[in-house]
Design a protein around this ligand. Structure first.
Ligand SMILES: CC(C)(COP(=O)(O)OP(=O)(O)OC[C@H]1O[C@@H](n2cnc3c(N)ncnc32)[C@H](O)[C@@H]1OP(=O)(O)O)[C@@H](O)C(=O)NCCC(=O)NCCS
Length: 163
């Protein structure tokens, strides 16, 4: 029988359980791929979580039938743009645990973020992706039906190797 998953929900406003913090750490490790992340205590991870929410971010998760977070994404509004009357946000940290990939959870999370963006009257939501698998995810027919378009922009990066 197919595993049951929760609806996509916003988290925030409550202290995360240790189980939630551990699940988020696993999702961040999945995002990082083979690169090993620095070891952090649960309290350090919780501090990061609280800082992200303090920036006004919308953090959406889906849980498995045991209540474990297995998919997530974060949408962060550009707060200073509101000062000049613009409302937009960026999406980061879209991740579904490997064992739960391909079951529509990433789409469920993104759908919820777009609903929030509509409610908050954002003019647009932007993100970048350099990973081929994720690009296929964003460029699928469902996402297109939801209004996602691929844009041709340049990404610039500074690294400390310069002079
Ligand atoms: C990309 C990612 C978030 C997708 O999550 P998911 O829960 O597996 O996605 P879904 O099951 O909702 O997939 C939805 C659609 O994307 C497609 N898709 C997802 N991953 C794909 C892949 N690797 N290659 C091709 N298509 C893919 C599915 O076929 C499906 O298409 P459909 O709408 O036409 O049916 C997940 O694979 C992941 O965490 N990847 C590693 C981290 C990452 O790259 N994150 C994105 C950073 S920008």
């Amino acid at each position: 029988m197919a595993e049951a998953y929760s609806e996509a929900e916003l988290i925030g406003g409550q202290r995360l359980t240790d189980k939630d913090v551990q699940a988020i750490a696993a999702l961040m490790q999945h995002l990082a791929g083979n690169k090993s992340l620095p070891a952090k205590s649960l309290e350090q991870l919780r501090w990061h979580y609280e800082m992200v929410l303090a920036q006004g971010a919308y953090w959406v998760v889906v849980r498995d039938s045991g209540g474990t977070i297995v998919s997530m994404a974060i949408m962060t509004p550009h707060l200073l743009a509101e000062y000049v009357g613009k409302r937009f946000a960026t999406v980061n940290d879209v991740s579904t645990l490997r064992a739960h990939e391909g079951r529509g959870l990433g789409k469920r999370v993104m759908r919820k973020l777009f609903q929030v963006a509509r409610e908050k009257k954002f003019d647009h939501v932007d993100w970048t992706s350099s990973k081929t698998g994720a690009q296929a995810f964003y460029e699928g027919s469902t996402m297109q039906g939801w209004g996602v378009q691929r844009r041709h922009t340049r990404t610039y990066r500074w690294t400390p190797g310069g002079t």
